[in-house]
Ligand binder design. Structure first.
Ligand code: 9PG
Length: 519
């Protein structure tokens, strides 16, 4: 179409013909804009736009676009518009599990919730949603657009210094969707050493081996439950989960537990006996909500009163066992599109489901979301994992098209590009390794992960003490005890206790284009 400003807009841009069209001045940057109504000025370089579709023309041409992923594991970072979009390639299964597959744009640069463009002088134009409804932001060399599945909240549009505009957006998100300020403290998590191989005896050994190391939480990960979907202790925890929780508590720490409360494997008792309580697809079959553990899994219909009763039973047990730190995983599944008992937008259904868990567990419980959609989690989760799984290796070279694949490189790139979310909830970049044994990471990479955790403000490791040398154990102790002074020098550059840490050197996939100023 051609606007009354005489500018050609590509047909791929959502346009609201009943809305407001005009020229908007953002700190001297004049932008032709189409929006659902008149912009509301917040400052000379910031406006709020009404809910619904938004599009504007920008003068930056082929520049860098900030792409933000939907859930914890989704790719986030900067990519040049003339490069291939940052997304998951080559696997529908991975896309369904680790991003908002419904709104994926294989040929175009787009992301969830927020997007941004870099101008030739290094300043950044940001468009970010302040509500749910699965907001999407995308760009071409001449346009920046925002769209939603249902109108739910305003948009923030701002232009300025990169760190300042993201920080302003985070502040507005906290104002609109809520924020929490609980601290997880220092966490030991069983996943990145024992994986599903945990048992009562192994955890007991770990507690003993941790000795007086200053951990605040010992968190059991996947491997304790009868099945994904059946949240009772399996035979490896024959004395029951309360026994392990008491052992952790007796060591002076908070007991933490992993659950994936909204999903169920097809072989679980829950899925077999209560198919009627699962989200269904258009054919009336249980909807496949993702793939892991060697196959597909389903999702509980959290809008169904009987599922809500089931969640009350599960979480009341968990609380009674003595766990008050929960890593709630694969939770995005409750925010997928499907047939539910109640007609409510998928992100709203998700938000109500996690709000129910918060209500059952109480305000004092620490709730860490994993595989969690970012915006719908705000104000309810205390912490959220902000990248894909780390691993004791840098990169899985067999899956080059999958930036959500496990490995330190992908975990780093996504997490560092979500550091700006810290005012909303604690940002968990996943565990850090101190061990050299059973690891392919070199010392530089280990140190980078340790710095990443410092900068994101969330400290966790899975290293069992017997796997560490005396020197590594001393490093771990020092890292747990310090409270470093961290000064941001740029979006990817920090001064940590006087030491300059420049994450740009880790090849984040972001290559500054000619004329841009880094830092
Ligand atoms: C336990 C693990 C650990 C881990 C979680 C999560 O995209 N995926 O297919 C995908 C699968 C598994 C996964 C993450 C992503 O791991 O992140 O910390 O708790 O579950 O099973």
């Amino acid at each position: 179409m051609t606007t009354d400003l005489g500018v050609q807009i590509s047909h791929s841009i959502p346009v609201n013909p009943d809305g407001w069209t005009g020229l908007l001045d953002l700190g001297g940057l004049v932008l032709p804009l189409l929006a659902g109504g008149e912009p509301r000025r917040v400052s000379p370089s910031e406006v709020l736009l009404p809910p619904g579709a938004v599009s504007l023309l920008h003068p930056f041409g082929d520049t860098d676009f900030f792409r933000h992923g939907w859930n914890s594991w989704s790719p986030s970072g900067w990519r040049c518009l003339s490069d291939a979009p940052l997304r998951i390639y080559g696997s529908e299964e991975r896309l369904l599990t680790a991003d908002d597959s419904r709104n994926d744009t294989p040929q175009a640069h787009s992301g969830s919730g927020v997007g941004a463009l870099r101008s030739s002088d290094g300043r950044v134009l940001i468009l970010g949603a302040l509500g749910l409804g699965a907001p999407r932001v995308g760009a071409t060399p001449s346009t920046l657009w925002g769209n939603v599945e249902v109108k739910a909240g305003e948009w923030f549009l701002g232009f300025g210094d990169e760190v300042a505009v993201f920080s302003r957006y985070a502040q507005l998100l906290a104002d609109h969707l809520g924020s929490r300020d609980s601290h997880a403290g220092r966490v030991w998590c069983s996943w990145y050493s024992y994986y599903e191989g945990i048992s009562e005896a192994i955890i007991e050994g770990c507690i003993d081996d941790l000795g007086d190391l200053p951990f605040d939480v010992i968190q059991l990960d996947d491997g304790w439950e009868r099945a994904v979907g059946d949240w009772q202790a399996n035979d490896k925890f024959a004395a029951g989960m309360a026994t392990t929780a008491q052992r952790i508590t007796a060591s002076g720490r908070r007991a933490g537990l992993w659950l994936a409360p909204f999903i169920a494997l097809p072989s679980s008792v829950f899925a077999c006996e209560r198919r009627d309580l699962l989200i269904h697809d258009g054919d009336g079959e249980p909807m496949i909500a993702g793939y892991n553990w060697g196959g597909p899994y389903y999702c509980l219909d959290t809008t169904h009163p009987e599922v809500q009763d089931h969640l009350r039973t599960v979480f009341k047990s968990v609380r009674d066992w003595g766990f008050s730190y929960l890593k709630l995983d694969f939770v995005y599944a409750a925010a997928l599109e499907g047939r539910r008992y109640q007609q409510v937008h998928r992100e709203q259904a998700y938000r109500e489901a996690i709000a129910l868990i918060r209500e059952i567990m109480g305000e004092d419980a620490y709730l860490l979301g994993c595989g969690a959609p970012m915006l719908p989690s705000m104000g309810i989760f205390d912490g959220v994992r902000v990248g894909p799984d780390v691993a004791a290796f840098w990169e899985n070279a067999e899956r080059p098209g999958d930036p959500s694949g496990i490995g330190a490189k992908n975990a780093f790139e996504a997490s560092i590009h979500r550091q700006w979310l810290r005012p909303v909830f604690e940002t968990d970049p996943d565990v850090v390794f101190f061990r050299r044994r059973r690891s392919l990471l070199d010392d530089d990479q280990r140190q980078m992960l340790q710095d990443l955790a410092r900068v994101l403000g969330f400290l966790s490791t899975s290293d069992p003490m017997p796997w560490l040398s005396a020197e590594e154990r001393a490093e771990l102790r020092a890292w747990l005890l310090e409270s470093p002074m961290i000064e941001p020098l740029g979006s990817l550059e920090f001064r940590i206790d006087g030491r300059i840490v420049d994450f740009n050197r880790w090849g984040t996939g972001y290559v500054p284009t000619a004329g841009t100023v880094a830092g």
